[in-house]
Each structure stands twice: as structure tokens, then as C-alpha cells.
Unconditional design. Structure first.
Length: 183
């Protein structure tokens, strides 16, 4: 069942028409830095939910096989007023080009403890989307969806995480573009 789901997801991603992809991956290369906040999800109203501030850095650079590597770090403050404690996470993924224009396959080793972990990237217009699907041993599934849209100043980023079809986290960030060259 998991292989069928993974195959179906990849087939849909690779069926994206080339005409929809105006940009090339090199247009996204660079370093981006900015901040945003977590958005309320579920039935709780915005006034009842604390919008946690997040700071983020995204670095996108060239990789082998006409691919790219993306590294992103996020800093979440535990207390927005006086930062006494922070949670920092960094992730790195590498993608290689597929036979379809502007569609990339993840070549990063899977996370331990998951039965299935697959990820791909696709460019549609000004947006680089990365989708990651993971299936746990108990059959529960998790989908992380990242949209990084180029803007005049840099990039608008949106992250949405689903657990078994329920949105559990949504974050919006505004990132400014830094140096043109990234090592």
C-alpha cells in the first residue's frame, strides 16, 4: 500500500506541465534571511492562539546532476518578550533533476524509524515547492509542504504540516535575499 501511495504521489508530481514552470532552479540560488510567525490552525480563533515568532535562514545552491541543495534553519523563541530559551533546527536536503523539466527527486537519506519517506521538488512559476511524505510504522502519515515564492525583495515562504489529513502547523515567513554567491 505504501509503495502504491508513493508511486501515485510521484506520478502526479512528475506530470506537471513544463509550461507552468517559468523559472529555473538557478533563479532560486542564494541566501535568504527573515522572520515570520506560526499561524493559527484548527478551530481555535486567532485571538486565542499565540502566534509564535520564527526567524529563518534559507540557502539554496547548485548540486550534482543539475540539482540543488537546500539548507534551512529555524529559530523559535520560547518567550517572544524576553528570549530566555530558544529552539533551533537545521535541515539539509539534496535534490537531483529528473527527466521532467523543473521536477527534482530527493536524494537525501531517509530519516530513521520511518517505513517510507519520500520527497520531491517542483517549480511552478515563481514558486519552488518541496513536498515530503513520511509513513510511520503504525501507518500514520505526515506531509510537510514548503512553498518558497520569489519576490522583489527575496522570498515569501509558507510551511504547512499535515498529520493524517489534519493541518497541525502553518507558518508564513518573509525572507530578504542576501549575497548573490553562496559557497
Amino acid at each position: 500500500m505504501i509503495r502504491v501511495l508513493t508511486g501515485l504521489v510521484l506520478a502526479v508530481a512528475m506530470a506537471v506541465p513544463a509550461a507552468a514552470a517559468d523559472r529555473k532552479i538557478k533563479d532560486f540560488f542564494g541566501a535568504y534571511l527573515g522572520h515570520g510567525s506560526e499561524e493559527p490552525v484548527g478551530t481555535t480563533g486567532a485571538s486565542e492562539t499565540h502566534r509564535q515568532t520564527r526567524f529563518s535562514q534559507v540557502i539554496i545552491k547548485s548540486a550534482a546532476d543539475n540539482g540543488f541543495t537546500i539548507e534551512w534553519s529555524t529559530l523559535k523563541l520560547k518567550d517572544d518578550d524576553i528570549p530566555s530559551e530558544a529552539d533551533t533546527k537545521t535541515h539539509v536536503e539534496t535534490f537531483r533533476a529528473t527527466g521532467k523539466p523543473n521536477v527534482f527527486q530527493d536524494v537525501t537519506p531517509p530519516e530513521p524509524g520511518l517505513i517510507q519517506d519520500t520527497s520531491w521538488a517542483v517549480i511552478n512559476g515563481d514558486t519552488l515547492s518541496i513536498v515530503k511524505v513520511a509513513v510511520a510504522a503504525d501507518g500514520n502519515y505526515f506531509v510537510s509542504h514548503y512553498d518558497r515564492t520569489l519576490s522583489k525583495e527575496g522570498m515569501e515562504a509558507r510551511f504547512t504540516r499535515f498529520e493524517n489529513s489534519h493541518v497541525v502547523r502553518a507558518v508564513k515567513l518573509h525572507l530578504l535575499k542576501g549575497p548573490a554567491e553562496v559557497n
